[in-house]
Design a protein around this ligand. Structure first.
Ligand code: NAD
Length: 289
């Protein structure tokens, strides 16, 4: 099969998911429950983090979810951030807690993430939820890989037996993605910066998930004709004109679209699904309370 390069419209998928969540929030309210509430903690002034938090807050509002922002200076001592997380853990008016990463260098991110109550850990980054996912138990699944799985399943249906490659092994994307694919009975290869012959590994795969952070690294010539490509990468590069910048993924989109049967664009692919899955996890956290 050669590829027709059908675009997987992440924006449209995400809009449907968000509409379903908004309906569920209305149903909860008519049953007398308060709106689900997400606490978002933002430390420092990383411009990209501010944009992400603004987008997440707007999406919450639109779905009827209360979002409470806690902004702190970049100089916040780690002990004070820990105390804030513990206070949010105890607060019965808070269902989900999200600590926006990256944190300033003087703060141990792993310590902060581990302190979030597993039942409020809507990012799914805590060791408890990572362990639940790795062992096939129910828990909170990180939003980006969950969104990727949703896109794959709505495009391909059952992926049991498919050969999948995940490029990248981060705790945020690569590793949980591999666990989800194993859970869906795919045959999974995880490639990373030390892998040998990446093009050869990619060429075997029916499903390619790229989560590297290197602009247009995966070339069209690496792909098996008819495969499905999910591009997680978000990279800002200078425009050809030399003025301003544009976003590209980890996959050379135009080349890949010639070979693949289905491919996500950047922007408009995985990104919108990440936010929709955050809302879904927050609703789930509210139901657990
Ligand atoms: P990361 O830097 O934590 O991990 C990158 C991974 O890529 C590492 O495991 C590394 O081993 C691997 N890698 C690096 N160079 C490689 C190479 N030459 N060949 C093969 N593997 C290589 O990054 P991350 O947090 O997993 O994010 C990856 C990308 O996804 C970034 O562009 C990030 O901006 C993007 N991202 C997007 C979303 C979204 O919502 N769409 C969410 C999270 C991350």
């Amino acid at each position: 099969m050669t590829g027709s390069g059908q675009i997987i419209d992440g924006k449209a998928h995400a809009a449907r998911l968000r509409a379903d969540i908004a309906q569920a929030v209305i149903a909860r309210a008519s049953a007398g429950a308060r709106a689900p509430a997400l606490a978002v903690v933002l430390v420092g002034d990383d411009p990209a983090s501010h944009v992400y938090v603004r987008n997440k807050t707007a999406a919450c509002r639109e779905a009827g979810i209360t979002s409470i922002e806690h902004r702190r200076d970049a100089t916040l001592p780690e002990a004070e951030l820990l105390a804030l997380v513990q206070q949010l853990n105890r607060d019965p008016a808070v269902d989900g807690i999200l600590v926006q990463l990256p944190l300033p260098a003087h703060i141990d991110s792993a310590r902060i993430i581990s302190a979030i109550s597993p039942d409020k850990d809507v990012d799914g980054f805590s060791p408890v939820n990572a362990g639940r996912l790795a062992t096939g138990l129910d828990g909170f699944v990180p939003c980006t890989p969950l969104g990727c799985l949703r896109l794959l399943q709505s495009t391909l249906g059952d992926i049991a037996g498919a050969e999948a490659i995940v490029i990248g092994r981060s705790n945020i994307v690569g590793r949980p993605m591999a666990s989800l694919l194993i859970g869906a009975s795919a045959t999974v290869t995880v490639a990373h910066s030390r892998s040998r012959d990446l093009p050869g590994l990619v060429r075997r795969a029916d499903i390619v998930i790229a989560a590297v952070g290197r602009p247009e690294m995966v070339r069209g010539s690496w792909l098996k004709p008819g495969c499905t490509v999910i591009d997680v990468g978000i990279n800002r590069v200078p425009k050809e004109s030399g003025e301003g910048t544009r976003l590209v993924g980890d996959v050379a989109f135009a080349e890949a679209a010639e070979v693949a049967a289905h491919i996500t664009p950047v922007p408009g692919g995985v990104g919108p699904m990440t936010i929709a899955c955050l809302l879904e996890n927050t609703l789930k956290a509210a139901s657990l309370q």
